[in-house]
Design a protein around this ligand. Sequence first.
Ligand code: A3P
Length: 302
Amino acid sequence: MLFPFLRVKTMDIPTLRTLVPVHGVPLSIEIAENWEAVEHFQAQPDDLVISTYPKSGTTWASEIIDMIYSGGDHERCRRDTIYNRVPYLEFRIPGLPSGIEQLNATPSPRLVKTHLPIQLMPESFWEKNAKVIYFARNAKDVAVSYYFFHKIVTALPDPGPWDTFLDYYMKGDVGYGSWHEHVKGWWEKRHDYNILYLFYEDMKEDPKREIRKMLHFLEKEMSDDILEKIIYHTTFDVMKTNEMVNYKTIPNDVLDQTISPFMRKGIAGDWKNHFTVAQNEKFDEDYKWKMSGTDLHFRTEI
Ligand code: A3P
């Protein structure tokens, strides 16, 4: 089955426009073709996985964690771009090193980014009891952020009008599938494995409190001064101007930030500027049904 996703932006990268289901989850055809390698990936006990549904603040969480690993030394965090410091496990685009190739060349302890739903995680992470920080963001802000992301990434399909994209997103016919299934899947298993489940909105509200949770989970200690430094260097405004994290190192024909910056708004509640009243009612109705029976709750504003 192919997902009949919308229109295509360019004709010269025909293979990148198709999502194919991998164990029922729509992933890019490149990832699907490389699936066996992902499935058999060999984790190490000191790997730290940063897992998110796309557009949930992965880059933010990654920079915070790399700063923790660097003892708050922001110059050290400028040693490379975030996508090289925290390789993206399942990433694969022909002509570029795959995430697995990058990880295999990365010394321990490795930071590993993934957007995989929990049921698709390589078994090896659980066998090795590796730690995972799952960073979740409310469904409405993710929808808006994902919409703009589709506009700027050449390899993703043209999202068409917002209303159309929102329908696809609600159905889970987008890369990595249903947001609802993703956040619930990780939540339900958080006590079975070594998982710390955090929220974007909480980090926005009180980064010190949330970074302390990370430190506790990572069994690390840090002075208040260093903690303050990490908070400062990972604020939206500072990260927006930092070329090592704002993706400005990627050429415009791959990621066109003239349309919309990668570091777009970085707030909780921007969905209110995009959802109509009718879209919001429909979304809430669908959400209630899909999230019934879980004790997982999100804030859509702070
Ligand atoms: P918006 O599009 O809503 O602005 P990801 O890294 O998972 O792709 O997520 C990108 C989203 O995280 C974007 O959301 C981006 O602006 C936001 N973001 C990145 N750095 C941030 C920071 N330091 N503080 C708050 N939000 C941040």
